[in-house]
Design a protein around this ligand. Sequence first.
Ligand code: EPU
Length: 421
Amino acid sequence: MDKLIITGGQTLNGELRISGAKNAALPILAGSLLSETPVKIGNIPHLHDITTTISLLGHMGISITIDEHMNIEIDTQNISKFEAPYELVKTMRASILVLGPLLSRFGKAHVSLPGGCAIGTRPVNIHLDCLTKMGAKITVKNGYIHATAERLQGTHLIMDQVTVTGTENIMMAAVLAEGTTIIENAAKEPEVEDLAHFLNCLGAKITGIGSSTLTIEGVSTLKPKDLFYQVLPDRIETGTYLVAAAITGGHVKLKDTHPESLEIVINKLRQTGAEITCGNDWIELNMHGKRPKAVSIETAPYPAFPTDMQAQFTALNAIATDTSFITETVFENRFMHIQEMQRMGAKMTLKNNTVICEGIPELTAAPVMATDLRASASLVLAGLVAKGDTIVDRIYHIDRGYECIEEKLTQLGATIRRVPH
Ligand code: EPU
């Protein structure tokens, strides 16, 4: 397994282009299963999770063409299997996103049940409950979800809890259902919005996009002509590089991004003392060489503070002036980075779902590893401000969600290299 070695102490400066959003690209690739005509999708990040999704679609017999710019054309005409096998689902939970489209268009789906994962138990009960209410017959046996339906029926659904992939799965299922589906307490994440826009470009009739009530009027087929859809920029990658600049006292300009989707993250970074200016598609952060002030955060569904930025802000608070409280309310076990940061000298105490963090001027390098994507990224950030060489192990987690992280950080002046195993 590859490792990253980061020599701390460099101030980050420079410009970067932000990649397309992983968590929008994944549902959009799954959503292309709904189209009877080929669709082309651009601004797809080059990531392991994308490769897994392509393997999953390939396994179903779908033809996929990828050009040198990572534009992907998907043609579902020769689909022959309606399943997501365990071997693929176990490496990427987002494979569950094929359930709604397969069931809605082909009336059958056989999808491995995703297991628990490092950040929490992450059940899919809401996905299954809603599909059942839409008329699907679902059995769970031998670790697989087996679902069939004549034609799904539109209905009024109130989601018990805000769920991102749950909302996406049901929205995709509803697109080809008979009648109107109303989803209340829907997730409002920008990635859910992007999927809804994509589906409407296919010919779906979704309104209420970006709100907590989605109305989907079912249509009988989707046959877009020459559709070339661009995935929105990755707000979490953007936030991670903003923190990388803030934590090192640096100055960066991030291009091809979407400042509107980062309002709370930008506000929190301003509270740390960062000077931030934004244009339509860029964000510039200047820390003027200062050490950041600590900021307390509490994660919750969008538009509140994203759980996917919690670990990165924990790294920032580790070296900030003052004490902060970091509360995680979305996943019950998303604090794996704490013990690793403590090994780097961070003063942190975990009480239930809150970390009390007393900032210190500098961390010390150590060999570290984490078992989830954002936690691993936060250890790279911690390495940027640690004295000595931090070795981050198990970086395949990072490769699942950050395109060319070492090249991008090097471009900003970090001393970081990948060591193959
Ligand atoms: N939940 C249930 N039952 C369900 C579905 C969800 O109890 O049927 C619970 C979960 O256990 C969790 C909460 O609801 O406690 C919210 O989970 P959600 O379903 O929103 O998470 P997800 O859809 O599985 C997506 C992202 C995650 C991101 C979360 C929260 C994708 C592919 N994944 O996961 O991204 O953290 O939303 O915003 O979109 C990441 O990129 O690193 C990542 C983990």
